[in-house]
Design a protein. Structure first.
Length: 131
């Protein structure tokens, strides 16, 4: 078996966190929000569209537990901005605090600079410079 890429990641969010999720991932980070089937009651989650081949499913649930060091670390997303500085500028303009910056963490496409931010639910999101 040969894997090609990650199709999706499932993240639980609080039942009341849908608006915060849309605001953070859609408005502030600028990722696509696909929620028509969710809004119609056809599925219990909605999607944050990262690319043509990757999404994050966000599942509003009463069983949400904030991430802890023992059960979650981060999701890494490669972004198309020209440089890590451009990524940081965009985050600053969106009012998103950079938690940490690394110059060359190793990822699937090699080493590239990255910054780490937190979503409203405590999940760490790594935004990687494109190699």
């Amino acid at each position: 078996m040969k894997a090609r890429h990650i199709d999706h990641v499932n993240l639980r969010i609080p039942e009341g966190g849908v608006d915060d999720a849309r605001e953070f991932y859609g408005d502030r980070l600028g990722f696509g929000i696909e929620d028509t089937p969710f809004e119609a009651g056809e599925k219990p989650f909605f999607d944050v569209r990262l690319s043509a081949t990757a999404v994050i499913h966000l599942w509003p649930t009463a069983e949400f537990e904030p991430p802890e060091a023992t059960n979650y670390d981060h999701v890494a997303v490669v972004v198309v901005e020209e440089s890590i500085e451009a990524i940081e500028t965009e985050l600053d303009e969106a009012g998103i605090e950079v938690e940490r910056r690394l110059e060359s963490p190793l990822g699937a496409t090699g080493e590239a600079a990255a910054v780490y931010v937190r979503d409203p639910f405590g999940y760490r999101i790594e935004l990687k410079e494109r190699v």
